[in-house]
Design a protein around this ligand. Structure first.
Ligand code: CO
Length: 134
């Protein structure tokens, strides 16, 4: 059912410093920072040959990654995102298997303009898991 690994998201309190590490020490192609106020994050895309890494810094008062950084001040793996072709079918299959969809259970339009949903990390081996319809 799942397709490609769309991205790995890493939370950081300093996206500029994280960018410098990926661009410099790792020699990666790194985008300029982009503010996504409606998602409460400033994001930098690290483009790899087979997937992307998204470096996320909290933006604004109610950032969804603020609590994560309070618990993990050094930053860390925030979520992974897998591609699916039919997100509602995927959600139904996961719910049947006991995985909880966060929020009201319905897909929302994500940071890339495509339908996404998140699965509870406790049901996914401790990893917050995003599905994106492509
Ligand atoms: Co994501």
């Amino acid at each position: 059912m799942i397709g490609r690994l769309n991205h790995v998201a890493i939370a950081t309190s300093d996206v500029a410093a994280a960018s410098a590490m990926y661009r410099g020490a790792l020699g990666a192609e790194v985008s300029d920072p982009m503010d996504l106020p409606e998602h409460g994050v400033r994001v930098v895309f690290v483009v790899l040959p087979n997937t992307k890494v998204e470096l996320l810094e909290p933006l604004g008062e109610n950032s969804p990654i603020a609590a994560f950084l309070a618990k993990n001040p050094a930053g860390g793996l925030h979520h992974v995102c897998y591609e699916v072709t039919d997100i509602r079918a995927a959600a139904a299959r996961l719910a049947e298997a006991g995985a909880r969809v966060l929020g009201d259970g319905n897909p929302k339009i994500g940071a890339h303009g495509k339908p996404v949903l998140f699965l509870h990390p406790k049901d996914m081996g401790g990893v917050l898991t995003e599905l994106e319809e492509v």
